[in-house]
Ligand binder design. Structure first.
Ligand code: SAM
Ligand code: SF4
Length: 322
């Protein structure tokens, strides 16, 4: 079992399989990066899988595939199948912008993927286009329909932004609710790459808005979830992810692996260690040691609450996978 210095069990690995993306979301990658990671620096799926096996053997029981946009990487279904075949009981999920989902959903389901989170920030084509800087809504919604049709469990992620999509909080919630999908509102997190003018809504502002229309009770955090859940009178539950909040890190159970093989102990922390050399050499012992070291170095809390202007995270969301 992997236990960090604050007695938290680490059993959740998020893998960013590519930092590339077909969207240019204002809060994540508004500009195409100056350079992409060279193709030869990316770990192959076989190499990534060598590490996944080590992580599973050490106690990881939840793996999420993310990016960049994970569906841009060829043969993703084969990678998913490798993980599934190694441990069929693993909680195997993916976070995607949904644009390529329609054609991939069945394959992903067949190879062992259980759940997906799809980012839907607006249901208005022109607003979705403004946020992603591409006309995306039709494909995304068709992707969600297909994912549900093939039996994947779908959750919606929305980042509410002032003057951009804050007037759509009810609409996106109702869209999810009517389709039996849970929704989580994610507070916008500042980072060096996001568009400078963006202002996110804080959790309390989202809650105040929702309280004008619904009655709900605070159910607190689900075990190890970064999201606080609220239950409406009819039983529907929505979540709010508040990384600036006091309780956000208390139950953190996750580490992140980038497509180049950097193992990151905390989303905000820039410290990371590489497992690339070890897996390329097939040196599983060293990969396991790096994993244990990264878990040991997991900080107690992220720095979002205390950051100075010049301390803003330089690590891009599209590298770490969010
Ligand atoms: N491309 C996929 C997607 O958009 O769902 C997966 C990668 S994306 C980096 C993962 C999650 O991070 C998305 O739900 C996205 O909304 C969220 N995200 C990206 N930048 C963010 C930011 N600055 N603040 C809050 N959430 C952010
Ligand atoms: Fe791409 Fe996802 Fe970042 Fe949007 S949030 S730019 S879809 S990686």
């Amino acid at each position: 079992m992997l236990i960090d210095s604050y007695d938290r069990v680490v059993d959740y690995l998020r893998i960013s399989v590519t930092e590339r993306c077909n969207f240019r979301c204002q809060y994540c990658m508004p500009q195409k990066p100056f350079s992409w990671v060279p193709q030869e620096n990316l770990l192959s799926f076989e190499e990534l899988f060598e590490f996944v096996k080590v992580a599973i053997d050490e106690g990881v029981n939840k793996v999420r595939i993310t990016g960049g946009e994970p569906l841009l990487r060829n043969d993703l279904d084969i990678f998913i199948k490798m993980i599934y075949d190694y441990k069929p009981t693993i909680d195997l999920s993916m976070t995607t912008n949904g644009y390529l989902l329609k054609d991939m959903a069945q394959k992903l389901k067949d190879t062992g993927l259980k759940r997906i989170n799809v980012s839907i920030d607006s249901l208005k084509p022109e607003v979705a286009q403004h946020i992603a800087q591409k006309d995306v809504l039709k494909e995304v919604l068709e992707g969600v329909d297909e994912a549900q049709r093939v039996g994947l469990k779908v959750k919606v992620n929305m980042v509410p932004m002032r003057g951009v999509n804050d007037n759509e909080i009810f609409d996106v919630l109702e869209y999810a609710k009517q389709r039996g999908m849970s929704i989580r509102f994610i507070e916008y997190m500042e980072n060096a790459y996001a568009a400078a003018s963006l202002k996110g809504l804080k959790a309390n502002e989202v809650l105040e808005m929702l309280a004008t229309r619904y009655n709900f009770v605070d159910e607190g955090f689900e075990k190890a979830s970064p999201s606080r859940y609220y239950k409406m009178e009819d039983g529907y539950r929505f979540g709010i992810i508040e990384p600036y909040g006091d309780d956000f890190c208390k139950e953190c159970n996750r580490i992140r692996l980038t497509a180049e093989g950097y193992l990151i102990p905390c989303l905000y922390f820039d410290e990371a260690m590489s497992i690339a050399d070890a897996v390329k050499k097939g040196d599983i012992k060293t990969a396991a040691l790096v994993l244990k070291e990264v878990v040991k170095n997991k900080p107690e809390k992220n720095r979002w609450g205390s950051q100075e202007e010049d301390e803003i995270s330089q690590r891009a969301f599209y590298e770490t996978g969010g």
